[in-house]
Design a protein around this ligand. Structure first.
Ligand code: EPU
Length: 326
């Protein structure tokens, strides 16, 4: 849960007015999070704001911190389950102002490498396509992973072919509320599907830094070869993974030898359904929102999966998706 529900810090009419005049069409009040998540579920956020650039983001964060209003950075919403009650506070979207992808220069430490700078709000799929179009190897592991570059960095998104930490050279961050900085790969503690920041990297507010962009170290390669590889990987994903409203894999793999999908499958849970939330028949670690599932349906189904897998296999599954909201 995010938010300061105990303290009930809500958006005052004055604060709403300020947001409205400053962000105009880039602020939406009572924004249904079902519109912003690939699961297609989630109640309203008090406000969703898309700052145009770093200076707007800084101004907004200063105001939020000053008022004691909670905030939350939204990536692509593809790995997210927002509760039916929604999110109290302000959701920050970096999709509009932080989506650029440019080639920077040769990586100074690795002369044969090329550095690509991708904004946190860029689609990861756009970065994969950019790399292929510019004859650069390194991003194909991520072909078919939905979401944004920022979300992928925070989650250390990956597949059997690799993960973000293997290609990242540094990240551009904002130490909350107002100190931009660059953190090199060596200073970052990546875990399986996660990124931890050293306590010293928290700004005066105590918040973890906000990821504004990634600098990816890629290698020159013949583009056609990359395109063929990417196509084969995508075809493989499409074969093994279901279409429809989902947040990708719901649980982390307890280990490489014990993928969650296999455990859930063995526990006989494919096709299990609560309301419109369904354990996929194609891949058991996907829950599909078949029509009008609520977050509660999905949460109950997750609980059933955890219990049954624990009973049948003695393994405790941990969610990979992030659950946020009141
Ligand atoms: N399996 C089953 N039944 C199922 C699903 C899978 O028996 O219903 C078995 C497969 O036969 C295979 C093994 O489980 O032997 C692993 O399955 P798969 O190759 O599909 O990989 P995964 O570990 O389930 C991971 C990532 C995916 C990523 C794929 C492709 C995690 C939790 N999942 O899935 O990432 O797309 O590899 O490389 O790490 C995601 O993060 O949202 C996600 C979908």
């Amino acid at each position: 849960m995010i938010g300061n529900q105990g303290g009930k810090v809500t958006l005052t009419p004055g604060f709403k007015k300020m947001l409205e005049s400053r962000f105009e069409e880039r602020v939406r009040f009572d924004a249904p999070m079902s519109d912003y998540t690939s699961f297609g579920v989630g109640g309203p956020a008090d406000a969703l704001v898309a700052p145009a650039d770093t200076s707007e983001l800084i101004d907004l964060l200063r105001a939020l911190e000053q008022e004691g209003i909670d905030w939350f950075v939204l990536g692509g919403g593809t790995n997210l389950l927002v509760t039916d009650a929604g999110i109290r506070g302000v959701v920050l979207s970096l999709r509009e102002g932080f989506g650029g992808i440019v080639t920077q220069k040769k990586d100074a430490d690795h002369q044969e490498q090329v550095l690509v700078h991708a904004g946190a709000g860029a689609r990861l799929s756009a970065l994969c396509r950019y790399a292929v179009a510019h004859n650069l190897r390194g991003m194909n592991f991520a072909v078919g992973i939905p979401g944004t570059v920022g979300g992928a960095i925070i989650m250390n998104a990956g597949t059997a072919e690799g993960a973000i930490d293997s290609v990242l050279s540094a990240i551009d961050v904002l130490h909350v509320p107002d100190q931009p900085g660059i953190i090199s790969r060596d200073e970052l503690l990546f875990t399986y599907r996660g990124l931890e920041f050293k306590p010293s990297m928290r700004g005066q507010s105590g918040h973890e830094p906000i990821v504004l962009a990634g600098r990816f170290s890629l290698k020159p390669e013949y583009g056609r070869r990359l395109a063929a590889e990417a196509e084969a990987l995508l075809a493989e994903r499409r074969k093994n993974q279901p279409a429809g409203l989902s947040a990708g894999c719901v649980f982390k793999n307890p280990s490489a030898q014990m993928p969650a999908g296999r455990l859930i499958d063995r526990a006989g849970l494919k096709g299990q359904r609560i309301g419109d939330a369904l354990v996929s028949e194609v891949h058991a670690n996907f829950i599909i929102n078949c029509n009008k599932a609520g977050a509660d349906d999905i949460l109950r189904l997750m609980e059933i999966i955890r219990e049954k897998v624990y009973l049948e296999c003695g393994v405790e599954l941990k969610p990979e998706i992030k659950i946020v909201g009141e």
